[in-house]
Write a protein that binds this ligand. Structure first.
Ligand code: FAD
Length: 621
């Protein structure tokens, strides 16, 4: 019934979908096996994509030729560029999405991808021969052969759902947990751990009084994630709303603490520090007597509403009693209660930079199974695992993104070198080269690499080249276009910027904080004819490149310095245990992680600068 596939992807969540699409678009024959085809691309938690640091990841996935940006654009109901009051390194796109359309767009995208076959069933076991994966075995006992397998089981491995004192097996509300795989992997020598995450109740918008809440509009000039022209910005948007908890709400929630699975010790796995449950917030920040709640619609046409900030696993009656005290929620009707879920993960230090496991060849892990949290983090890993599974099958070189190239590079480098004991989510602070890794330039950073690997299409590549050329032309124009003193001062006065005393080029004023290319077009009409030839996105990218030139150059110099360390390679067979001058912790960690360069070794926690000096001496440097 089944042919032998190049790549089998287990799980059709954010990681699995990107993995399947990437491997198939590169030319592999792919089988996507998932427990329930109705939940392909399901958003398990909030109906939103992007946000701080995560928005940059979605743009990177898009620049590489992945689908998350396109799917998000096609299903968005609101767009906001966060952090616009800060420097461009911090600008982060975020969409509110229609949950059902998001899943539908994923399914359509995958069904339209040649080379992707589907099978709905639970995978129970991996087929392994001579230390190499050769396929999967399903719940019905069907064996399907493949040259590589990508596991993306999300929160499903031995998942247990908790609501108050109730607990039952499940991978997500209304879905079964997956069993068998963890046990087999442990028998093969893998380490595993437990983590937990939670989600808030969903409520009926028809029962809410929005007049008691603050309205949160989308951007006036909404944009989109994808650099391609296959999607368009929104012309109408749906608003979100903001309300707040108060002392009364907190007191009601406290009445459930005794039955809380978190406080009673029934949940052992660690949860996401930066996405705490409401009970956690009340307990940890006892001095705060209110917390913000974002009331987010789940789509264009549905009455379902997501209460962001109210994640909880307290008993459902306590959730309901507390919610009723929130302004605007007096008559609330719940669709379903919030819950927490505990699941197995595999410490990612057991992986190579390609996301292939060290113990089993051609077996790749991506997404929440690696201890991360978030759709974007999962999708990014799926993309890279899909690319590298294809490369392994075709015996071509791996595709690895550096920390200086992409947030995706930071994510994977952190995971495999440092591991994680609590759900890992991306922040801008995790990246040391934030000014290089901006949302406006992900295509300039990554599309060429992806095109050369065979994933990004020629159309994408050409669009990127056009943008590059456009930025060059705009810079040249601003450098050579001289404007009279009077005209320059009309512009500067309107922006409250100090006047000039002689005519000068446009480049001489664009570096000022409040002078933008848009303001030049608006106040010096003779520039409009030329500058309007370029898309807004290209004009903005040019402006950022000019305004931040000094910082960008400085960061690039640092990258060049660090690259020298990355280029000092360590032979894969070095016996770190025999290097006596290394600290014993460094010997253990280096043996476990097996870094391939001095740069990588220097980022392993527990490997000190003096250990690095020892390694350099050992390598004859
Ligand atoms: P998933 O999206 O979980 O997809 C896993 C897929 O694998 C599913 O399609 C499943 O059917 C399939 N599958 C699993 N096992 C098998 C098997 N053996 N055989 C066949 N198919 C299988 N993220 C945040 O950033 N913030 C949050 O607050 C947050 N809260 C969450 C709350 C809950 C209750 C849950 C469930 C998740 C939450 N997440 C949150 C996490 C977010 O949903 C995940 O990070 C993201 O979905 C992970 O993507 P993934 O592709 O790794 O796994």
């Amino acid at each position: 019934m089944f042919q032998e596939y190049d790549v089998i992807v287990v799980g059709a969540g954010h990681a699995g979908n990107e993995a399947a699409a990437a491997a198939a678009n590169l030319g592999s024959k792919v089988l996507l096996v998932t427990m329930n085809m109705q939940t392909i691309g399901q958003m398990s938690c909030n109906p939103a994509m992007g946000g701080i640091a995560k928005g940059q990841i979605v743009r990177e996935i898009d620049a590489m030729g992945g689908y998350s940006g396109i799917v998000s654009d096609k299903s968005m109901i609101q767009f906001r560029m966060l952090n616009m009051s800060k420097g461009p390194a911090m600008w982060s796109p975020r969409t509110q999405n229609d949950r059902m359309r998001f899943a539908e767009e994923w399914r359509i995208a995958l069904e339209q991808t040649p080379n992707v076959d589907f099978w709905q069933e639970m995978v129970r076991e991996l087929l392994i021969k001579d230390g190499k994966v050769i396929g999967i075995k399903t719940q019905m006992g069907i064996e399907i052969k493949a040259k590589a397998v990508v596991l993306t089981n999300g929160t499903f491995l031995n998942g247990i759902i908790h609501i108050g004192e109730k607990q039952f097996g499940g991978g997500r509300a209304g879905e079964k947990a997956a069993t068998g795989i963890t046990e087999q992997l442990i028998a093969l020598g893998f380490e595993s751990g437990r983590m937990k995450t939670g989600t808030p109740p969903r409520v009926d918008s028809r029962s809410l009084d929005y007049s008691k809440m603050e309205e949160q509009f989308g951007d006036q000039n909404p944009r989109k994630f994808s650099y391609s022209n296959s999607t368009a910005p929104l012309t109408t948007q749906r608003s979100c709303h903001i309300s707040y908890t108060d002392k009364i709400v907190h007191d009601i929630l406290r009445t459930g603490f005794e039955q809380s699975p978190m406080f009673s010790g029934r949940i052992q796995g660690l949860g996401p520090r930066y996405c705490p449950s409401i009970e956690d917030k009340i307990e940890r920040f006892a001095d705060k007597d209110r917390h913000q709640l974002f009331v987010e619609p789940e789509g264009w046409n549905t009455a379902e509403v997501y209460v962001n900030g109210f994640s909880t696993s307290l008993p459902e009656q306590v959730q309901y009693n507390a919610l009723k005290m929130v302004p605007g929620f007096e008559n609330v009707k719940m669709f379903r209660p919030g819950y927490a879920i505990e699941y197995d993960y595999f410490p990612p230090t057991q992986l190579n930079l390609t996301l292939e496991t060290k113990p089993v060849k051609n077996l790749f892990f991506a997404g929440q199974i690696n201890g991360t949290t978030g759709y974007e983090e999962a999708a990014a890993q799926g993309l890279m695992a899909g690319i590298n599974a294809h490369m392994a099958v075709k015996e071509e070189g791996p595709v690895i993104l550096k920390r200086s190239q992409a947030y995706i590079g930071v994510l994977i480098d952190d995971l495999i070198n440092k591991g994680t004991e609590e759900p890992y989510r991306m922040f801008t602070s995790r990246a040391e080269y934030r000014i290089l890794l901006r949302q406006d330039n992900a295509d300039l950073r990554l599309t060429e690499l992806s095109y050369k690997s065979g994933l990004a299409t020629e159309e994408r590549y050409n669009r990127m080249l056009d943008k590059q050329e456009g930025i060059k032309q705009i810079k040249k124009y601003l450098a050579k276009t001289k404007v009279s003193m009077d005209n320059l001062n009309i512009l500067l006065n309107s922006l409250g910027s100090s006047p000039v005393t002689q005519s000068n080029t446009l480049q001489s004023v664009i570096g000022r904080p409040n002078v933008s290319i848009e303001s030049i077009i608006n106040h010096i009409p003779e520039t409009a004819a030329y500058l309007n030839n370029f898309d807004e996105e290209i004009r903005e990218a040019a402006e950022i490149a000019i305004k931040y030139e000094g910082y960008i150059e400085k960061e690039q110099e640092m990258v060049d310095k660090i690259t020298r360390l990355e280029n000092i390679k360590i032979h894969p067979n070095v016996d770190f245990r025999s290097i006596q001058s290394l600290s014993s912790e460094a010997r253990d960690k280096l043996t476990k992680i097996r870094p391939l360069s001095i740069g990588q070794a220097s980022r392993i926690s527990g490997v000190s600068p003096s250990d690095i000096s020892v390694l350099l001496v050992h390598l004859g440097r």
